[in-house]
Design a protein around this ligand. Structure first.
Ligand SMILES: NC(=O)c1ccc[n+]([C@@H]2O[C@H](COP(=O)([O-])OP(=O)(O)OC[C@H]3O[C@@H](n4cnc5c(N)ncnc54)[C@H](OP(=O)(O)O)[C@@H]3O)[C@@H](O)[C@H]2O)c1
Length: 346
């Protein structure tokens, strides 16, 4: 008889509380020499997965396991994996959704095996050993979030002494961005982040200024007042705030980049296909509407994180040298997934 394991699965698209069930599925086995079998220690809930669950067409005959970010231990390995992984019990972290090359997205859509389960089989180029100075809980969110933060900092093309704004600086990616950015702009530069009032202290561990986005609503007015003279040299938006881009010439230097992480998607509205229309409209407007027809005269870029092996190795180095520190919002048991998904927006 096939060995079974516990897993959360869904067989139709919708909200987690409506479509997720906890049950048994067949334990996966290695089918190619570049794969490893991992006993999952922790899964970090991916901020975009709620939208993926609501939009991804799923066959009723398929039991699809959600989520993608994880940490765990290698139980078995194929003969072609890297030497550093050929150690039963070695602790690793990684991500099951590589976004590059683009064909990997199709592979992900066909593959029903996510990480909200006990065991996963994954290719060796999607994992790296977990540094000893980080816990399984912290490391479970580092692959996708770390790759996204690294890529945005590269794209921002900042120099020492520059000013940078992170909208949504208290989030999973936002905190990693702040940890990197202060090193890039140095003591003469300035890192400013928006967050809720209760998270100002944690944000100020890395940022020079934390702006409570509720106390200073609308934030674009506050920014125009405070940064209308010495403007920013890049803005990274991790919180889907279209008005921030619309008003950006008031506080973003000419020729500098507005980098968007979340494609201005509607947050926590149930995610119907019709919700994509404003998102698509904003993308067209932000990318293509010329300034002489009323478009915003600042360069807009949406970027998607690309967690390949080289990036994962860089993330590991940044954890080891203390640049990247894990931030855990809360820890929940396998049986409590619905509650935690309910309590988080998006
Ligand atoms: N492009 C990519 O490759 C990529 C990769 C990963 C994630 N993403 C997307 O990027 C976004 C951020 O991801 P994440 O994992 O960091 O999400 P997260 O952990 O949920 O953080 C989002 C942050 O946004 C803040 N926020 C909410 N409303 C705000 C507002 N009106 N003004 C300013 N800040 C506000 C929240 O701050 P408080 O908690 O302090 O209220 C929260 O910390 C998500 O939309 C996610 O889907 C994109």
């Amino acid at each position: 008889m096939t060995e079974q394991m516990r897993a959360w699965t869904f067989s139709k698209r919708g909200r987690p509380q409506d479509v997720l069930t906890l049950g048994s599925v067949a334990k996966p086995t290695i089918t190619s020499p570049d794969q490893v079998l991992i006993k999952v220690a922790c899964t970090s809930l991916f901020s975009s997965y709620k939208a993926i669950m609501a939009l991804l067409p799923v066959s009723a005959s398929q039991k699809r396991i959600p989520e993608a970010e994880f940490s765990g231990e290698i139980v078995e390995y194929g003969e072609n994996v890297r030497e550093e992984l050929k150690v039963p019990g070695v602790a690793v972290f990684g991500l099951t959704i590589p976004m590059e090359p683009k064909t990997e997205l199709l592979r992900f859509m066909r593959n029903p095996n996510g990480t909200l389960t006990e065991y996963i089989v994954i290719r060796q180029n999607l994992i790296v050993p977990k540094p000893a100075n980080m816990s399984f809980e912290e490391a479970s969110g580092m692959a996708g979030m770390g790759a996204t933060a690294l890529q945005f900092v590269d794209a921002a093309k900042l120099n020492a002494g520059d000013y940078v704004l992170v909208n949504g600086g208290s989030g999973a990616v936002g905190m990693l961005l702040l940890q990197l950015l202060k090193k890039v702009v140095g003591p003469e530069g300035k890192v400013v982040a928006t967050c809720s009032g209760s998270k100002k202290d944690v944000v100020l561990q890395y940022a020079d200024e934390a702006i409570d986005y509720r106390a200073h609503a609308p934030v674009h007015t506050y920014l125009a007042q405070e940064y209308g003279t010495r403007k920013f040299d890049a803005i990274i938006d991790a919180a889907s705030t279209q008005e921030l881009y619309d008003h950006s010439p008031e506080y973003l230097n000419e020729g500098k980049l507005f980098l968007d992480m979340s494609a201005k998607h509607p947050v926590d509205r149930g995610w119907q296909y019709s919700d994509l229309l404003p998102l698509i409209a904003n993308q067209i407007k932000n990318n293509f509407w010329p300034a002489f027809l009323g478009g915003v005269p600042r360069k807009y870029m949406f970027i998607s994180g690309t967690p390949d092996l080289k990036t994962l190795q860089k993330i590991r180095e940044l954890i080891e040298d203390g640049t990247f520190k894990g931030t855990v919002d809360s820890i929940w048991g396998m049986d409590e997934v619905i509650q935690v998904r309910d309590s988080h927006g998006e």
